[in-house]
Write a protein that binds this ligand. Structure first.
Ligand SMILES: C[S@@+](CC[C@H](N)C(=O)[O-])C[C@H]1O[C@@H](n2cnc3c(N)ncnc32)[C@H](O)[C@@H]1O
Ligand code: SF4
Length: 449
């Protein structure tokens, strides 16, 4: 039944890691605007930091991230110099000293960074920001890059959360996507992380990759669960070769179709539930005592550029090429091409090239979309009341949601929408009904399931 819905709704919709979404950022928000926004912040406000390391040593053919392969370490070291200059520049533009509650290192592969450079980076950050005793410091990890010494260096920096890239354990799938990563490599890294006290672990898995089958996804989940990560992400492979030309290396004939993707997601999710994980949003799972699961139960779950999070800081500063930041005034993004990023920072300026200033309507729609994506429910009367608006203004949106209601994906009671269990993987479709920018850019996103 739902497989046919997956086929019917195999349309392309955003993942709503922000609203408005990144394709709708414009160059009207530039370095000067960002400087002005930074100056208006209050040091008492909670703040988080995101650092983007846009390098990997090999390229996975499925990769949708902003990254570049490098054979030598020199460009990485040079980039880190720029990153530290950027940290200094931004910190100087802030009206005082702030405490950072969450640090997230993403990429690319932050695990390309050598131990001595981690020390330099953290010295620079601690010189500019206060870190609390319980500040979360998370790093995305490519296990193929890691030695026990690297793990020990991360632990010495205070890293307390690791997100481990796995994708699939099946060597046939791994070969088809140019990512050879024997199970033992992942298991060793998990063991080292725990040994050095980094025990808040997330694992990234994928479905919809070439040669994956429902049976294979079940085996993949069982292997992952044997390593007992507190959180598991089950991402649907987004095949967008017109945006990521290296994805053309993937044999499209080996890719599962919409119905097969649906089956893979369903069996993967069901197996995770069998093992006691609870669903978080549309693509995450967590053990019931994990922070994400607790935040989800308390309706405090948030969604930001890194995905589902407990981080509710109103300020997220992004550093590094392509990094996105989010301030109370709006979103900002740095230049993605390394040469543009380098030129801007070397000139002593910010690398901001685009963004969006939030209007009152954006803020209202953003809250509706974020509640749908996190709580799987949104009460338009309550949300509109907080924004001084009337839920009656969303009659057109509710009409398009009615079509999804007829298919059992969402229940609508007056102005309250609740995503059904079978609708959970389709929540982006309900959210999309409230996206005022979507119509123009639909072809640019990945498919729903
Ligand atoms: C920056 S990588 C994680 C860290 C490290 N680079 C690694 O791959 O191990 C972020 C994650 O995004 C997911 N991902 C990358 N490309 C994707 C795509 N095209 N569709 C869906 N998920 C994707 C993968 O699960 C990957 O682990
Ligand atoms: S998935 Fe991770 S390791 Fe692979 S190319 Fe992308 S960023 Fe690099």
């Amino acid at each position: 039944m739902t497989a046919s819905l997956a086929t019917r709704y195999a349309m392309r919709v955003p993942r709503y890691t922000s609203y408005p979404t990144a394709p709708h950022f414009s160059d009207a928000v530039d370095a000067d605007v960002y400087r002005g926004w930074l100056a208006e912040l209050e040091p008492a406000q909670a703040l988080s930091l995101y650092f983007h390391i846009p390098f990997c040593d090999t390229l996975c053919w499925f990769c949708g991230c902003t990254t570049k392969t490098v054979k030598k370490y020199k460009p990485v070291g040079e980039f880190l110099d720029l990153l530290m200059q950027e940290i200094d520049l931004v910190a100087e533009a802030l009206p005082g000293r702030f405490q950072a509650r969450h640090l997230h290192w993403g990429g690319g592969s932050p695990t390309m960074v050598k131990a001595a450079d981690w020390q330099r980076l953290f010295d620079c950050i601690r010189a500019r920001f206060d870190l609390a005793e319980d500040t979360e410091i998370a790093v995305e990890i490519d296990p193929r890059d890691m030695t026990e010494d690297d793990v020990s260096a991360l632990a010495a920096m205070g890293v307390n959360r690791a997100s481990i890239g796995v994708q699939d354990f099946d060597p046939v799938v791994q070969k088809a996507v140019n990512r050879l990563q024997p199970f033992e490599v992942t298991r060793n890294v998990v063991d080292w992380l725990r040994r050095y006290g980094i025990d808040a672990l997330n694992m990234d898995l994928m479905y919809g990759l070439p040669h994956q089958t429902a049976r294979g996804v079940t085996a993949m989940v069982e292997k992952a669960v044997a390593l007992r990560p507190h959180r598991v992400a089950l991402f649907g492979y987004a095949h967008v070769p017109w945006m990521k030309p290296h994805q053309k290396n993937i044999d499209e004939g080996a890719l599962p179709g919409v119905a097969e993707r649906w089956e893979q997601y369903s069996v993967g999710a069901a197996r995770l539930l069998d093992f006691g994980y609870v669903p978080i949003g549309f693509d995450h799972f967590a053990l019931p005592d994990d922070g994400l699961a607790r935040a989800s139960r308390a309706h405090r779950l948030r969604r930001n550029f890194q995905g589902y999070t407990v981080d509710d800081a109103p300020i997220l500063l992004g550093f590094g090429a392509s990094a996105i930041g989010s301030l109370p005034q709006g979103h900002v993004q740095n230049a993605a091409p390394l040469k543009d990023y380098r030129r801007a920072i070397e000139k002593g300026g910010f690398a901001t090239v685009r963004g969006t200033a939030l209007s009152a309507e954006d803020r209202l729609r953003r809250e509706i979309i974020e509640r749908l994506m996190t709580d799987m429910a949104a009460d338009l009367d309550a949300i509109c009341a907080r924004h001084g608006a009337s839920a009656g203004a969303f009659a057109t949106e509710l009409e398009s949601v009615a079509r999804l209601e007829a298919d059992g994906l969402v229940a609508v009671d007056g102005h309250r929408m609740t995503i059904t269990d079978q609708g959970r993987p389709f929540v982006r479709l309900v959210a999309a009904a409230f996206d005022a920018y979507l119509a123009a850019g639909q072809a640019r996103h990945s498919q729903t399931v």
